[in-house]
Design a protein around this ligand. Structure first.
Ligand SMILES: [Zn+2]
Length: 446
């Protein structure tokens, strides 16, 4: 050691120090364990966690010291619980939630406030058992700041993969809502028309940190225009923006309700279709042929239909009309997709429904004919595959992040048990579930 170069000695010393000081061990005793939603349930298992990663899963209840390094391990007793991987929501808008004065907020809320609201919404999502979310459109600076702050451990929250600004044609589903030019002087960076602009809009999101790209293939329910729910971008524009994203290694999610818009997006090579409301047999066959995922978001349809019915003045007339049309048909779309063997990834559109109610999607999927196991696969293995993070989450196994939840009953028999998680661990951190949500809005939750 005396002869070693000073710099090398320092590196060796600090590495040793980290190893000694930085290791936190946890041993979880799982009464029942579904480590992989495709596999069997095992009983009386021990999940051994070092810092944020699963080191090993063993039969029986391991005591501290039984495995090397675990002498001071914390034992977490879930021997009366059913343990499974943290859930994944492939479609969220974590920075906002339904508020009646949406038009005013669009021109008054700062990015900074959106980020901070995202911290609270993220915690609600985490406490609901969702340890990963794919955010699909929203204020670019706000969402990247939130994602990075969570990644760096500055604030706690679900793992976020973020799209940045959604890509939309001028006047399309993601383009403001008819504000005067002096209120919205410039279109946001996701607005594009024509092949060249659309490529640039995609590349701009990637430049500032997008993990994937979200674009609107058709009109949408909550945009303030009576422009329907059919195709908006041309076939050529969709091909251009998907090619531009794939060339930079980014997957693409397309918001789509109408059939022609879905068919166009699928032919253009999209990786997932969000909502898929007017999906029929022909669309289902094209899904299967291309291998794209459907992200059904039943709870979004359920929520907007409920609001439009129960609170007739909540939405503008344009929006209310679309909400009443699209809400009821989404379950039928999932039923057809499921029958045809379309790959399905779990996603809610949280922000339309309240953050923290994400698990209710599972109940609705079950009512639409999907079996409990298929729903769990959609919310873990499939969602991880769609997002491209199967190497770090989606199943519980050595080397993956410790994203672990527990519920009271076996969800393979009782899917509604997901509504009340008893234990949540995100990347090795146990989350306090007894915190009441901050009352952000002065009216009852929808
Ligand atoms: Zn959405």
């Amino acid at each position: 050691m005396k002869r070693c170069i000073v710099a090398v000695c320092t590196v060796l010393f600090s590495a040793t120090l980290t190893a000694q000081v930085g290791n936190t061990w946890k041993i979880i005793h799982a009464g029942s364990l579904l480590a992989d939603a495709r596999g069997e349930v095992a009983t009386e298992q021990s999940i051994i966690v070092r810092n944020n990663v699963i080191v090993e899963i063993r039969d029986g209840y391991v005591t501290p010291g039984q495995v090397n390094g675990t002498a001071n391990a914390q034992v977490i007793d879930l021997s009366n619980q059913f343990v499974l991987p943290g859930l994944i929501d492939s479609h969220t808008h974590i920075l906002s939630q339904q508020e009646p004065n949406r038009r005013e907020i669009a021109v008054t809320r700062s990015s900074e406030l959106s980020t901070l609201m995202g911290v609270e919404f993220g915690m609600r999502t985490l406490r609901a058992g969702f340890t990963t979310i794919r955010n699909v459109g929203g204020d670019r600076n706000a969402i990247f700041a939130l994602r990075d702050a969570i990644n760096q451990g500055i604030v706690m929250g679900p793992r976020i993969r973020a799209a940045g600004q959604g890509i939309t044609p001028t006047g399309g589903h993601g383009d403001g809502g008819g504000f005067r030019d002096d209120v919205f002087p410039e279109p946001h960076s996701g607005v594009c028309d024509g092949i060249t602009e659309c490529r640039k809009a995609v590349r701009t999101q990637v430049k500032y940190g997008a993990d994937h790209i979200k674009y609107v293939a058709t009109g949408g329910v909550l945009s303030q225009t009576a422009t329907g729910t059919e195709q908006q971008f041309t076939d050529e524009e969709q091909i251009a923006l998907i090619e531009a994203a794939h060339a930079m290694g980014r997957k693409v999610a397309a918001h789509a309700h109408g059939k022609a818009g879905m068919m166009s997006a699928l032919r253009a090579g999209v990786d997932s279709i969000e909502h898929g409301s007017y999906l029929d047999e022909e669309v289902a066959q094209l899904f299967v042929a291309t291998g794209a995922y459907l992200v059904p978001t039943l709870i979004a349809g359920h929520t907007v239909e409920r609001i439009a019915t129960e609170q007739p003045t909540f939405f503008t007339p344009e929006v209310r009309q679309k909400a009443l049309e699209v809400g009821p048909i989404m379950r039928n779309a999932l039923r057809i997709a499921h029958e045809y063997g379309v790959k399905i990834a779990y996603g809610t559109d949280a922000g339309v429904n309240d953050h923290g109610t994400n698990a209710y999607e599972a109940v609705l999927m079950n009512e639409a004919g999907m079996g409990e196991r298929e729903i769990l696969i959609a919310a873990t293995v499939n969602a991880a595959d769609l997002i491209g993070i199967s190497d770090i989450t989606g199943t519980l196994e050595a080397g993956k992040d410790a994203d672990i939840i527990a519920v009271s009953n076996n969800p393979l028999e009782d899917i509604a048990t997901l509504l009340q998680p008893r234990f949540v661990m995100a990347r090795g951190n146990e989350i306090d579930l007894d915190v009441p949500p901050v009352d952000l809005f002065p009216w009852p939750s929808l």
